[in-house]
Design a protein around this ligand. Structure first.
Ligand code: FRU
Length: 515
């Protein structure tokens, strides 16, 4: 891919060519693109500056669009734009110019995008298909003046598959009657009612709207005041149906991010399973279920219009507790790997599973270590160069074990399955840089394992330069965490505490860089 470093290198060569020839050793080596400390190698991150939520996830004409909350002037949050990148496979990304800039109505907060195939909006000319983005306007002046109606919903359209965007002159399309947190519209086309459905959050609950044309919206229902977690404000909803694996039934999934109030502190994402009748969502699930028990998967939503109705989810790999303080210099934050969502029946209950899309497997190339059996009551270690950018696959009937990543400085990341206490945990307290903010490394993060049925566990671990993602039993339990070791992890220690069962590390594979 053409990038500014290459461009810089080319210009430097031209300048040198004009002058007398210089000794080769005098020319500085070209910096390698995306090689700064902690730069993710197989996750999306912006070239420079601040990013938060994924926005406008939509597939159209062979292209997956990823828009995102972006502040182009600094590495901390500021006046929000929609950054833009595209991909043909959700694995390799091409950066695009900023898609949406703030305007007189306000900053551009989170939202979604749809393909208006029937031109219900009337935005299309010459038979083109409009992409329509639906987002929240945040009026800073209104907020500063102490008003409560400073968030409204606006739309913009593109007739060239996302290259250029025009705001709708009738904005805002949903005004605000005095709800302070009123944002993050997610829209989809509802076949049954032949209408657009919009879900947004209004402080402590979700609201549902319908529209024939993406411009005129009617409130049809609300959900959630007495359901789920309420430790913080509700944000970034998503609503979609999913087929239950191996069963002839489907359920509606309502995803709601919440900040603070997540199981391990700060930002997290809960979900509800129930029904949507075209007007409102209902469920008998009072308690929250969590998409991810780690502290670094927030504001995640799914793609619209994906072939085969696959539900593909991307989350922001950070947490508002410390997002502004993480020790990166040029850019800040990355996204989770894209994950395919499914529904699984466990006993009499149902759960969402999330697992890296198959497409990620193309990156898992050379074996960094041979298959490895750890007997009952045995602890073994291996030095594995390249471990800091790898995919580890393991299988076990042992329900009591720890996996420790370590580097030459003795920094560690410890994953523990603890049968006695029915929990899985991630301990990053000694994983390197942890003191940049007090919430980052102050405790072990825990997930309950009751829902993991059966006699065996399988686990996939994706380790990148500044993150670990753990998927247990096909993603029935998921944990995502940022880490900032002072040098790469290069050794793996497995302690099998079970007195009867083996543990097998099936493979440790290098993940190729996508940049
Ligand atoms: C979630 C969020 C959204 C909001 C956006 C602003 O992380 O707070 O609710 O639209 O970030 O950047």
């Amino acid at each position: 891919m053409m990038n500014k470093y290459y461009l810089f290198g080319a210009l430097a060569l031209m300048v040198l060519g004009c002058n007398e020839k210089k000794n080769e050793s005098e020319t500085a080596p070209e910096p390698v693109y995306y090689s700064e400390p902690y730069r993710p190698q197989f996750h999306f991150s912006p070239e420079a500056n601040w990013m938060n939520d994924p926005n406008g996830l939509v597939y159209h004409d062979g292209v997956y669009h990823l828009f995102y909350q972006y502040y182009p002037e600094d590495t901390v949050w500021g006046p929000m734009h929609w950054g833009h990148a595209v991909s043909k496979d959700l694995v390799h990304w091409e950066h695009k110019p900023i898609a949406l800039y703030p305007d007189g109505h306000g900053l551009i907060f989170s939202g979604s995008a749809v393909v208006d195939k029937q031109n219900t909006s009337g935005f299309a000319t010459n038979g083109k298909t409009p992409l329509v983005a639906i987002f929240t306007y945040h009026d800073m002046d209104g907020e500063k003046a102490g008003r409560t109606d400073f968030q409204t919903q606006g739309i913009a359209y593109s007739l060239d598959n996302g290259e250029t965007w025009a705001k709708y002159e009738g904005n805002p399309v949903i005004g605000n009657e005095g709800i302070k947190d009123f944002r993050d519209p997610k829209v989809f086309w509802h076949e049954a009612s032949q209408k657009w459905i919009l879900t947004l959050v209004a402080g402590d609950h979700a609201q549902f709207y319908m529209s024939p044309n993406l411009k005129d919206w009617t409130l049809t229902g609300e959900f959630g005041k007495e359901y789920g977690a309420h430790g913080g404000v509700w944000e970034c909803p998503d609503l979609f149906p999913l087929q239950v694996d191996g069963e002839n039934e489907s359920k509606w999934v309502l995803i709601i991010s919440i900040n603070p109030g997540a199981p391990n502190g700060g930002s997290g994402t809960q979900y509800f399973l129930g029904n949507f009748d075209g007007k409102t969502f209902t469920t008998d699930q009072k308690e929250p279920k969590w998409v991810d028990y780690g502290t670094d998967d927030y504001a995640g939503v799914t793609y619209n219009n994906v072939p085969n109705d696959d539900r593909i989810f991307i989350g922001w790999m950070s947490n508002w507790d410390y997002a502004r303080d993480t020790p990166t210099e040029k850019w800040r934050s990355s996204m989770t790997v894209p994950r395919k969502l499914a529904l699984k029946k466990v006993g009499a209950d149902y759960f969402l599973t999330s697992f890296p899309i198959d497409g990620m497997d193309v990156l898992a190339s050379s074996e960094l270590s041979q298959t490895w059996e750890i007997n009952p009551k045995e602890t073994t270690s291996r030095t594995i160069e390249g471990l800091d950018q790898s995919m580890i696959q393991l299988k076990t009937t042992s329900k009591d074990f720890s996996i420790t990543f370590q580097n030459a400085q003795g920094e560690t990341l410890v994953l523990t399955m603890d049968a006695e206490n029915n929990q899985f945990s991630v301990d990053r307290r000694k994983s390197g840089k942890v003191n940049f903010q007090k919430e980052f490394g102050n405790k072990i993060h825990i997930a309950p394992t009751e829902l993991l049925e059966g006699e065996t566990f399988d686990m996939r671990i994706l380790l990148d330069r500044s993150s670990v993602e753990i998927f247990i039993n096909g993603g029935l339990l998921t944990m995502t965490e940022q880490i900032f070791p002072n040098e790469p992890f290069n050794s793996l220690t497995v302690e099998n505490r079970d007195s009867q069962s083996d543990l097998t590390i099936d493979s440790v594979k290098k993940m190729e860089s996508v940049w």
